[in-house]
Write a protein that binds this ligand. Structure first.
Ligand code: ADP
Ligand code: MG
Length: 275
């Protein structure tokens, strides 16, 4: 049972990118580099859209556009039916509570001088939502949600393992009760042995809280275990997109087939079975 009632009408995409293009000016030249061409995607409550593709294919750029950190050069971005394409930073601010990013590197995401408590509550403080005992109570709730002991609230990042730091980064992302989590290679900086545990946590949180996930990963085994929809990017172009079962079991492009064949210890068993 989702703890929160869906705040948007059933069937309405929480996040939608329509015909999004992104060009970057090349410094000192009269030319542009096109990082994204005509990207279309949408994600719904409780669902996971995976974006896969090699390094430099435009995955993080797509997330930065979704977050309003970059403006698209063409196309539009909608959040829960609201067109935010030309929103200023200030106009975007209330929506920032509803969409949060978990980065690849939990070492970079946490301020080394901040205790776990400080890191987790920072968004709540920044938005002026809670203070005093209510803030402390919420911090205990959040650390428990990511399955760490409450005593960890007093620790510094350097006293935590990589997996524990990523759990703290996830707790921080949950603080504002977002409807959409953008996960940029959330386990690729972690030891293989803890990757599965963090993914299982993300899966559990999604079922409990009903969040939509956009999961960027180059690991097709991870994608196979979590995604409902898959979008394959190559050099900013969508090579393939559709239901995960279909894309992974009957890839339509040789590029996707190569990505699947590159799964470490590749076997058919990691892939969902087409129905
Ligand atoms: P990915 O996350 O798939 O590895 P990125 O979205 O980070 O790829 O980058 C896609 C391409 O866009 C890369 O070639 C990168 O160098 C380029 N790029 C990203 N951000 C900028 C920027 N601010 N200015 C110029 N080029 C950029
Ligand atoms: Mg990236």
């Amino acid at each position: 049972m989702p703890r929160h009632r869906p705040r948007v009408a059933e069937g309405l995409a929480l996040l939608r990118l329509s015909h999004v293009g992104k060009r970057f000016a090349l410094p000192g030249q009269d030319a542009h580099f096109t990082a994204l061409h005509d990207l279309n995607l949408e994600v719904h409550a409780g669902q996971t859209l995976a974006i896969v593709g090699e390094s430099g294919s435009g995955k993080s750029t797509a997330l930065r556009i979704a977050l309003g950190l970059e403006k698209p050069s063409s196309g539009s971005v909608e959040f829960a039916g609201i067109d935010v394409t030309s929103h200023s930073w200030r106009a975007f601010r209330p929506l920032r509570r509803r969409i949060q990013l978990v980065q690849q590197n939990p070492f970079a995401a946490l301020d080394p001088r901040f205790t776990v408590f400080d890191s987790i509550v920072e968004p709540l403080v920044a938005f002026g939502l809670l203070k005093g005992q209510a803030l402390e109570r919420r911090a205990r709730e959040l650390i428990t949600q990511v399955q760490l002991p409450v005593q960890f609230l007093d620790r510094l990042p350097k006293e935590l393992s990589g997996g524990q730091r990523q759990r703290v980064a996830i707790a921080r992302a949950l603080a504002l009760e977002p409807e959409v989590l953008l996960l940029d290679e959330p386990v690729s900086a972690l030891d293989v042995s803890v990757q599965a545990q963090v993914l299982a946590l993300l899966d559990e949180l999604q079922r409990e809280l009903g969040m939509a996930y956009v999961l960027v990963s180059h690991d097709l085994a991870v994608v196979a275990s979590m995604a409902d929809q898959v979008l394959v990017l190559r050099r900013g172009q969508v090579v393939e997109q559709g239901p995960a079962v279909q894309v992974l079991s009957q890839p339509g492009s040789s590029y996707t087939r190569e990505l699947i064949a590159a799964i470490p210890g590749y076997s058919r068993s990691v892939l969902p079975v087409a129905v």
